[in-house]
Design a protein around this ligand. Structure first.
Ligand code: ZN
Length: 378
């Protein structure tokens, strides 16, 4: 896909109105938060509520050493030491609810996501996370859309598949939230490899720091513990791996409690959320924000941790994550990178892979990622 944004506004003008109509129905009681994105504040919602597209996503950070037997790459530490370290798992967060007003390369339809997945795999990604989207960019959480997207991805790439649970979250029952994944898991061809679990509830209001004003008071991402227990059991029974999402340290404690109750299998695959700009629900997208997570991660080799940065760039954080043994989740779903000339997802992945190699850390293939996460081979 071309790397420029010319014509993007014109292209999306019709779709934007439809999306606005769609989302405005949920304004009184936001119910479109994604279990994987854990945000109702992606591009479209922000645009609708404020008319000021900003965008961005979150970013997490973690730190915990992976199982020793899986450490098959060698990387130099910041102090020049040499120590064994897992290969780097690069996960592409393809689209979330991102519109195309700042970067037209956001994939929406199944064939677009599948094409993106193949390019990202070639660039070094081993996992793709995606949301179903319509031709106009609206959320499309139908089972058929998710099924068709997974089948299209697997036709052209061995990349691990990590779909969303959908935007039906706030008031939906567990069965409603899990319905798509349960059906997908019935067939080998469509079974997701990874399924998101946000390990607690969190306020996800949009905050304009320049005006010192809230844009969305009352937006809560609700994930009751009893629902999470059912989700953990359903994911395990389906032969899939949960991506355990932490928005703050209390989520890490919940993960540890679930692990102690034998509701989760090692290695824990934890996604640390950092947020910038209008979303203040996660830790800040700074070294300190990451360190605050890392201080509370288990150090017993039971964790693989990855970082997402919603609404911000990785930049210097990238080196820190790579050298600390973490993994990276990056994509146009989180940030448009318009100031970089509107790159594609594959170009973002390529940058991360190049940086890892420059720092002496190998990049994981899909097979490597399966082995590191103890997922069965396909
Ligand atoms: Zn998502």
């Amino acid at each position: 896909m071309p790397g420029d944004c010319r014509g993007a506004d014109q292209q999306r003008s019709d779709g934007a109105h439809r999306r606005l109509s769609f989302l405005s129905r949920h304004r009184a009681a936001p119910s479109f938060l994604c279990m994987a994105c854990r945000q109702g504040c992606c591009f479209d919602s922000e645009e609708i509520w404020s008319n000021k597209p900003t965008i961005e996503r979150y970013g997490p950070i973690f730190q915990a050493m992976a199982p020793r037997q899986d450490r098959d790459a060698v990387a130099g530490s910041r102090r020049g030491e040499r120590r064994r370290m897992d290969k780097l798992i690069i996960e592409v967060r393809a689209n979330e609810y991102a519109n195309r007003n700042r970067n037209r390369n956001v994939p929406w339809l199944p064939r677009e996501i599948a094409g993106d997945a193949a390019e990202c795999r070639e660039a070094g990604a081993s996992i793709i996370h995606f949301h179903g989207r319509s031709a106009a960019g609206a959320p499309d959480n139908r089972f058929e859309t998710c099924r068709d997207t997974i089948l299209a991805i697997r036709e052209s790439s061995p990349i691990l598949v990590h779909p969303t649970l959908g935007y039906v979250t706030v008031t939906a029952s567990f069965e409603e939230r899990f319905a798509n994944v349960r059906r997908l898991a019935e067939q080998d061809a469509t079974r997701p490899d990874i399924v998101p679990m946000d390990m607690g509830s969190v306020n996800v209001d949009l905050y304009d720091s320049q005006r010192a004003a809230l844009r969305t008071p009352g937006a809560v991402y609700v994930n009751p513990t009893d629902m999470l227990i059912e989700l953990a059991q359903g994911i395990r029974q389906g032969g899939m791996k949960p991506s355990l999402v932490a928005w703050n340290v209390s989520f890490v404690r919940q993960i540890q409690a679930f692990s102690s109750m034998s509701l989760l299998d090692d290695p824990l695959f934890i996604s640390l959320v950092l947020t910038e700009k209008i979303l203040i629900a996660g830790h800040p997208g700074t070294a300190q924000g990451l360190d605050a997570y890392l201080m509370f991660l288990p150090q017993d080799g039971s964790v693989q941790w990855s970082v997402t940065h919603i609404g911000g760039r990785f930049d210097t954080l990238l080196d820190k994550i790579i050298l600390a043994g973490g993994h990276v989740q990056i994509g146009l779903g989180d940030y448009p990178y318009a100031e970089d000339g509107c790159p594609t997802n594959a170009q973002l992945v390529e940058r991360v892979a190049a940086r890892a190699k420059a720092l002496g850390r190998e990049v994981a293939s899909p097979d490597d990622a399966r082995r590191m996460l103890r997922l069965p081979p396909r």
